[in-house]
Design a protein around this ligand. Structure first.
Ligand SMILES: Nc1ncnc2c1ncn2[C@@H]1O[C@H](COP(=O)(O)OP(=O)(O)O)[C@@H](O)[C@H]1O
Ligand SMILES: O=C(CO)[C@@H](O)[C@@H](O)COP(=O)(O)O
Length: 568
């Protein structure tokens, strides 16, 4: 029998990767990564020197097309397969990564007259400049007793769709007015491939407050936020919302040419990176928490009932696997914290030593950090370098390390940072367990489990749970390819359901990380201290982090003004 294939394209924060997956067993036949030419735009716009504000993070829509243009033809070429055997395509994306488009689906930032307005560009998931709007949404929802709030752990994040849209309206009414629709980038790329604008239930549910039975929040609620938002749902958020695995359409002849494929291939509706990773590791039942570990961590769990869990990012029916309630929680920076330390925090002797030993700086630090016993560094850190996504849901919180002495070494700090992220994950596991959504096992995927064994052992020790690791470097892409196979359906050589696809195609490694009892004991003590710090700095007794951020913001604006004046 001739092998059939599906393509999964995973759109990350800095790059996109395409993976060619064999449908019979999930084998990854070829992969290719395209770095986004514009990466994360957080200083100046590509078309002008306009300085972006504090906490801004934008992207260029053409970078997403570049991945289709470069990576897809490349995997077909490397694999040597006949493109006629590709039956489906699925994509997954960071989210909420959103953009305003016109009536033809073209991004507003492509228009000469609008491109110098930063609000016409894609707002990346980690654009945190809509915190004020998020605070007001939370306040209004609490005051009105809105039932949707409970489905999002009691707080709406500034990363999400409504806060981002409202920021556009507040700061650039012209862009808001010219927007025909606000789209998730995942839905926009699917539109580019198929010509159909179809919203997926996953991003609508987790990021835009949509509910399978209740729909979006009411018109009255939007009006209470701002009268100009009263008809947002019927106008700029309009569009059919369909479950994951649905076929969005067929690959158009123009895009088939660009991607080196045949027209007519089934394209699945868009998905989110972390959510696609769940079937990607073969998880299609409750009790198994999947951690998509990279720049950030997303924690994904299935349940059979809709429960309220403090600080979770959301619970959405059919949001991960049809037939289950999908729960999501997360940490907004994990790998990013380690990257910050490697880039900003190490002395030159570490760099030189790493060059001499021909290892990268992470590996150099990991090796030395491994020689310490848990607790031996005397350090404890709060993992809030990019705010706290669960359970406090507050992007104004910042990082903290306690316990420094004149003897503290870089590898000790590195270890404390690894540990702090594990404590953040434990807090999330505890929140699920204490609210009746049980976590029995951990599954890890993403870049970090491949890169850092010490990190994974620390996670097992801190959570006291065994961790199984995906047997793939590109689990979300494999999950996306599974959804592509489901969009194709059995008669085209694909699958009829994601459960069936995951059972055949999901793969985990034999080697697992098991908790080491002596380490578990020490980490229990350290975690108790972490919780005290967490509540002290995060729940109100000491708002110093917010005060410092506030002072900084004011002075940065003032200083910018002064510098501008001096330059004139
Ligand atoms: N050896 C390492 N140990 C820990 N973190 C690492 C290591 N090497 C790279 N990283 C971090 O991994 C992150 C990238 O993870 P990856 O899963 O590849 O990307 P993404 O989250 O964008 O999909 C970066 O934040 C980087 O700092
Ligand atoms: O927020 C979500 C998913 O809900 C992610 O897209 C976001 O954290 C980005 O993930 P990465 O760390 O780039 O994999």
């Amino acid at each position: 029998m001739i092998d059939k294939y599906s393509i999964g394209v995973d759109y990350g924060t800095e790059s996109g990767r395409a993976v060619l997956v064999r449908l019979s067993d999930g084998a990854e036949i070829a992969e290719h990564v395209t770095s986004y030419p514009h990466s994360v735009i957080d200083e100046t716009l590509p078309v002008s020197n306009l300085q972006l504000g504090y906490d801004w993070a934008l992207q260029h829509p053409n970078d997403y097309m570049e991945v289709l243009k470069q990576s897809v033809p490349s995997i077909i070429k490397t694999s040597g397969i006949d493109p006629s055997n590709v039956v489906g395509i699925g994509i997954d994306f960071t989210a909420c990564t959103m953009l305003p488009v016109d009536a033809n689906g073209e991004p507003l930032c492509f228009k000469r007259e609008l491109m110098s307005d930063p609000h016409s560009w894609v707002k990346l998931w980690k654009h945190h400049a809509a915190q004020e709007e998020a605070n007001l949404i939370n306040k209004a929802a609490e005051e009105n007793g809105e039932s949707f709030l409970g489905r999002y752990g009691g707080r709406i994040s500034s990363e999400w769709m409504i806060a981002k849209i409202w920021q556009i309206l507040n700061e650039s009414p012209k862009i808001y007015e010219q927007t025909d629709r606000f789209l998730e980038a995942t839905d926009w790329v699917v539109f580019k491939m198929t010509g159909n604008i179809i919203r997926n239930s996953c991003t609508a549910g987790y990021k835009a407050l949509w509910h399978k039975k209740d729909g979006y929040p009411s018109r009255e609620f939007f009006k209470s936020l701002d009268p100009r938002l009263e008809f947002l749902v019927e106008t700029k958020l309009r569009g059919e919302i369909v479950p994951l695995g649905t076929k969005a359409g067929s690959l158009t002849p123009e895009m088939a040419e660009v991607m080196g494929l045949l027209p007519g291939i089934a394209v699945a509706v868009g998905n989110v990176d972390a959510h696609a990773a769940v079937p990607g590791v073969g998880v299609v039942e409750p009790g198994k928490l999947v951690m998509a570990m990279g720049t950030s961590i997303c924690h994904m769990l299935l349940g059979t009932e809709e429960k309220q869990v403090e600080g979770m990012c959301g619970v959405v029916e059919d949001g991960i696997i049809p037939g289950y309630y999908g729960y999501e929680a997360g940490q907004s920076a994990v790998g990013d914290i380690f990257a910050w330390f490697v880039e900003q925090g190490i002395p030159s002797y570490v760099k030189e030593a790493a060059v001499k030993e021909q290892v990268d700086i992470h590996a150099w630090l990991e090796k030395r950090a491994s020689s310490f016993l848990p607790g031996e560094t005397g350090l404890l850190a709060l993992d809030w370098w990019n705010g706290n996504r669960s359970v406090l849901v507050d992007t104004d919180l910042t990082g903290l390390i306690i316990g420094y002495t004149l003897q503290t070494k870089p590898e000790e700090i590195y270890r404390a940072l690894l540990e702090s992220t594990a404590f953040g994950t434990k807090k999330i596991v505890d929140a699920f367990n204490s609210n009746g959504v049980t976590v029995n096992e951990l599954y890890a995927c993403g870049g970090l489990p491949q890169k850092n064994k010490l990190l994974m052992q620390i996670y097992a020790d801190v959570t006291n749970l065994e961790i199984k690791v995906a047997d793939s470097k590109h689990t979300p892409a494999v999950g996306a390819a599974m959804f592509g196979a489901v969009a194709a359906g059995r008669e085209k050589g694909g699958y009829d359901s994601i459960v069936e696809a995951a059972k055949k195609m999901g793969r985990i490694r034999e080697e697992t990380y098991r908790p080491i009892p002596e380490n578990v004991e020490v980490y229990e003590q350290l975690y108790r201290e972490y919780v005290i710090l967490h509540d002290y700095f995060g729940r109100g007794p000491n708002n110093v982090m917010k005060k410092l951020k506030h002072i900084k913001q004011g002075l940065t604006e003032k200083n910018k003004g002064k510098q501008k004046e001096a330059a004139r």
